[in-house]
Ligand binder design. Structure first.
Ligand code: TMO
Length: 312
């Protein structure tokens, strides 16, 4: 009687628990997504924003410095950072984690490299015998001299905001300082313009580049420097005579996101893009000249089978 009633009631509520698990609703407050100054990152911002919107979330985009963003995610002004490249941003990400407030939401499938390199024809035509081994640079600075390089071979670096004085320090540490100098590009577009101009003139150039990128299909060749080891860089206390890591590409989030936007966070934690996906996102802008927003819309429309499963 009393006991059976209790058992029956318990059975009913147990059934209900299993049939309808408690699902916390995502807050209607916007998920704040940063945009930086290279194409895949901006397209991916709108791709991820589009995925969140498809789940009923509100999103907001803010332009942000690609180093300062980790402090902004830590203190909650920005909710996620979806392209944490190991070489350029690993230190800032973990510094922010040391202070508390930023979490590791997993890695993309893609592995990364952010390194100086040369167009494929420089290797094919043997313009600097011994490349891509870095020691070949000792004997061929002349082919890399430009009007603005004071008679030295020029390394065209990305904007200084990406990784500071890493390359000038490396040139000094490798004993190349008498023969090579670094010029910082104003933006990524200056790298692509210089690669296009050099190709037309069949001229040798050294530029910063990275993979995944739209240039993956172009046969860009990264220079092989002495292997990266933890602590080898001057900022990390080393002598700086090392190349960049064959690195990871992580996703970061503010520590409250799993609580404020549990469904979106679950999707974000599952989300993972490959070298091909990220190369496609960059190519839609840098080769096809689409706007970042239109590129993201096209990528989402063409790749439902890739991203839909993240939302389940
Ligand atoms: C951060 N980046 C991909 C430009 O090296």
């Amino acid at each position: 009687m009393k006991f059976t009633k209790f058992v029956a009631a318990a059975a009913v509520s147990a059934t209900m628990v299993f049939a309808a698990p408690v699902m916390a609703e995502d807050s209607s407050k916007p998920i704040v997504i940063p945009t930086h100054n290279w194409s895949s990152q901006v397209v991916m911002a709108y791709v991820i924003g589009g995925i969140f919107e498809s789940m009923g979330n509100n999103v907001e985009y803010v332009p942000a410095d690609s180093q300062a963003v980790y402090e902004a995610v830590r203190n909650g002004d920005i909710t996620i950072s979806h392209e944490v490249w190991q070489s350029a941003f690993g230190a800032s990400f973990y510094n922010a984690m040391d202070k508390g407030g930023i979490i590791d939401a997993g890695s993309h499938e893609a592995l990364t490299l952010e390194e100086m390199g040369v167009p494929g024809y420089v290797i094919e035509q043997n313009m600097c015998p011994g490349l891509p081994n870095w020691e070949a640079l000792k004997d061929c600075k002349d082919i890399f001299v430009t009007a603005d390089s004071d008679g030295k071979g020029r390394w065209l670096e990305g904007p200084q905001s990406w990784h500071g004085d890493l390359m000038p320090e490396r040139i000094a540490a490798l004993g190349l300082g008498d023969d090579y100098m670094v010029k910082f590009a104003g933006g990524a577009d200056a790298l692509w313009a210089e690669l296009a101009a050099a190709k037309k003139e069949n001229r040798a150039v050294i530029t910063f580049n990275w993979t995944p990128n739209f240039t993956d299909a172009d046969g860009f060749v990264f220079i092989e420097f002495p292997e990266y080891t933890d602590g080898c860089r001057t900022v990390d206390g080393g002598d700086g005579s090392c190349g960049s890591p064959k690195g990871w590409l992580k996703k970061a989030a503010n520590y409250k996101m799993p609580k404020t936007h549990p469904a979106a966070y679950k999707a974000y934690s599952k989300l993972s893009f490959s070298t091909l996906h990220i190369g496609q996102m960059a190519a839609l802008v840098d080769i096809d000249k689409m706007s970042h927003e239109d590129a993201a819309k096209k990528w989402l429309a063409d790749n439902e089978a890739v991203w839909m499963p993240f939302t389940k």
